[in-house]
Structures are given as C-alpha cells and as structure tokens.
Write a protein that binds this ligand. Sequence first.
Ligand code: HPA
Ligand SMILES: [Zn+2]
Length: 330
Amino acid sequence: MPLPKAELHLHIEGTLEPELAFALAARNGVELPYADTDALREAYRFSDLQSFLNLYYGLMAVLRTERDFEDLANAYLARAAAQGVRHAEIFFDPQAHIARGVALGTVVEGLWAALGSSEENHGVSTRLIMCFLRDESADSARETLEAARPYLDRITGVGLDSAEVGHPPVKFREVYEAAAALGLRRVAHAGEEGPPQYITDSLDLLGVERIDHGLRCMEDPELVARLVRERVPLTLCPLSNVRLRAVDTLADHPLPAMLDAGLLCTVNSDDPAYFGGYVDDNFTAVRSALGLDEQRLRELARNSFLAAFLADDEERRARYLAEVEAYDFG
Ligand code: HPA
Ligand SMILES: [Zn+2]
C-alpha cells in the first residue's frame, strides 16, 4: 500500500491519457492529428513549458460534454486512489474550454459529477481550484471569475497557470482581490520558469497561500528564509521539472536542499499523463534518484496534508495525518 498523501498540484486536463483521448475523439467525432496512441505519445518531446502547453491545449479538443469531464475526473481519481491519494485539490482551466465553445457550466457540472461522489466511489476527498491563464488578459480573468459565480459552492479557490515568463503576478492583482472578497482561497504557479521575484509578488500582490512549483526560490536566500519563516507551502512536481527541462535530470533536483533549508515542500504530479507518472510515481522516482529516506518521505506526506485546504474539516486533516504517522514502510 503506497504512502497516504494529498495531491495539491494536479491539472485535470493533464490527466488525459492517450487512450481516453482517442475514445473521446471517437465519441465526439473529433479528428485528432495523430494516427494512434503510440503516435500521440511520440509527440511528447517537450523542450520547455510552451512546447508542452501547445500539445496540452490542442488535445483538449476532445473534451466536449459533461460526461467527458466526468469520465476524465473519474479516471484520475481511480488512479490517484491506487497511488495512496486520500485528498486531491484539482486545477482546471476554464478559459481553455470557454474559448472552444464549451460552457463553464458543462465543465464544472461534469467535473462535479465525479468529485461530488469521489469519497464514496474512490475514497478520495476533493477540492476544485479554478485557474486563470496568465497569457490571457486580466479582463478575461475577471470575466471568468464573474461567470463562475453560480458555481462558487463547488470551487474552493483560484490559481494562475500557463506561460509564466512575461506574465507577472501584478497583472492579476485586481482579480485576486475580487476572488478573496468572494471567500476563495488563492494559489499561483510561480518560479517554475519565471524569476524568484514572481514568487515574492505572488505573496505580496496576490495574497497567495501556497506557491505552485516555486523551484527558483533557491536563487534567492532571503526569499527562502521568508518562505521558511512564513511556512508557505510549495507544490513541487519533480517529473514535470525534468520533462519541461526546469532541471537537467532528477538527480539534479533541489528537493533535498529545499527540505534541508526547512521549506514546506510537497510532491505532486502536475500533468501525469504527459510527464511520465502519477503522484506515487513521483515519490518513488525522487526516493531512488535523490536517496530520500523514510523520514523525508513521511515529512513530504505530512506536509501535503498540512498544506491542504482542509480548514473547514480539521477532524479529517487530523485523521489523514495520523495515517501518515502510522504508515509502515515495510
Ligand atoms: O506546469 C504547468 N505550468 C504552467 N501551466 C500549466 N498548465 C498545466 N500544467 C502547467
Ligand atoms: Zn502546474
């Protein structure tokens, strides 16, 4: 049985496996520019974030109906449960669907059909986090937040993803203020490809409670000290970092140094269908490539529950944490 953990950095669209993509393409009469699943997997040769995003947005064409989003989420939740995930906070990219003519209601209702019954069906509690695309305008983000008003009982927070460099946090200051006023929790991708300043600005200008990735904080010792002092969780995604060339090899990943520095690190899968593994695959990979011992692995699992948006259910958090402490690595 894998180590119990929460997954806090997971794009649901990034769980679209080639087999499901072809099945949905057939169901919806969508033509894919790949002969078969092998040809599609062959296309997964990324040189950076943008080359991945081009393929990621393209493949979303197969997601059209509520049932498609429900099937996508159920497939992820089943895999996550098998990898020890007890709690998943799931990102989705509404603008990428609205731009293709798929209504926000279709996306949210479809995802909710799976998430709302996930505890019973998969033994995984869930939260939904709506991400703004940072390479789209601030106006578009504002419109998206406005469109989400009918669904806010299902949406726990907002995030910021897509192409990072050249799209600094300040662009989204007002929309994050509006999100906070609506009672939404706030996170943002920062310091994946962008500079450490984007991490600082996400904290100071956007009021985020967690940093997604945050890898490049290591270039700024003062920022590291602040993140440690303020106990800001970082949602790291090691296999993603290798595939998108944020690090050269897994053995070069700064995770051990980050833990030694006292940072509240978590390990997550980001876009597991594209990056070669789900969350426990990430744990297994860092364990062998970086020589993390059982104490460090348990710390990562503990951190995932400490960083989870479970303030409305502290009893549950305590139960999950007790499971981590009781886990026997065998
Ligand atoms: O790793 C990521 N970074 C930025 N945007 C994304 N959208 C999906 N995955 C990612
Ligand atoms: Zn991400």
